[in-house]
Write a new protein. Structure first.
Length: 146
């Protein structure tokens, strides 16, 4: 584990998941296995500052590093999960607006669609896309060496 953390913190970190690892991504398990690792004071200080900046405790950050490497999947922090929840809420709103607009355009309503409503939906999609792109980029940056 120490080598994995050191590799992650080093300038020579390999940024690919361990594809041959026998990890069942879709089988929820309770984290019950514990390991102790020894780090130098400077390594621990660096891990603590990165974990805090990412919104993790040290142990959760270390587990996220391992999971990210083993599965090749994103490991989102609390702020990112909150942003994704908001993102899904916005997508649901956009979906309802598009459904309403579709009903109007297909003659199921006496309303006349306004160009401004289409522009509003287009703007919402652009804002949402930019937000999700920033979120994904921040997650990728988290697991790269700075």
């Amino acid at each position: 584990m120490r080598d994995l953390v050191c590799e992650h913190l080093s300038d020579k970190a390999v940024k690919r998941p361990l594809r041959n690892a026998a990890v069942q991504v879709h089988s929820p398990e309770r984290a019950s296995e514990r390991r102790e690792i020894a780090m130098t004071p400077s390594e621990l200080a660096r891990v603590m500052s990165i974990a805090e900046a990412d919104g993790f405790s040290v142990s959760k950050w270390l587990a996220a590093v391992v999971r990210s490497r083993l599965t090749g999947t994103p490991q989102f922090g609390a702020a990112e999960l909150q942003a994704l929840t908001e993102s899904n809420r916005q997508l649901a709103l956009i979906g309802r607006q598009l459904h309403h607009l579709n009903r109007v355009l297909n003659g199921h309503s006496s309303e006349i669609p306004e160009v401004s409503s289409i522009d509003t939906i287009r703007q919402q999609i652009s804002v949402h896309t930019a937000h999700v792109s920033r979120l994904v980029a921040s997650n990728l940056e988290r697991w790269s060496v700075k």
